[in-house]
Every structure is written in structure tokens, then in C-alpha cells.
Design a protein around this ligand. Sequence first.
Ligand code: SF4
Length: 68
Amino acid sequence: MNQGGWSCPHDTEGACDIIKKECDPGDRGCVLYRKVKFSDVNLPSNEAFEQRMKRKMKKLQEELCRDK
Ligand code: SF4
């Protein structure tokens, strides 16, 4: 998929060379999975992103408490 101002280096004419099927940004296996929150709430990346952010915040809070 090549729409807008970003193009993925793994996209070869609409096919993803990682997941070996049609490019589907945010799907499991995609480089954006877990790293990006998409406007489509049904994409699996969104829940994974939220979980990652929760873990990151928890770790930061623990570090802050430890440094006090
Ligand atoms: S599925 Fe993700 S990694 Fe694969 S080509 Fe599309 S944007 Fe790139």
C-alpha cells in the first residue's frame, strides 16, 4: 500500500515481502504492528499498541518511584 506521504520499504507493488501477502498496515507481522495506533479501531495493532504503552508507563512509574 502506498498512499499519502509514506511508503513502506517492504511494499513491492502492493505485496508485503514480510507477511508474504497483500500489504495490510497494522496487521500482525507488519513493521507498524504494536508501534502505531490506527484510526480503524478494529486493527489488531491498536490493542497491542495500548498494551505496549501501558507496560512502558508502568516501567517509567516504577523507575520514578525508585529514584525518589
Ligand atoms: S504490511 Fe506493513 S510491513 Fe508489510 S508492506 Fe505493508 S506497511 Fe510494510
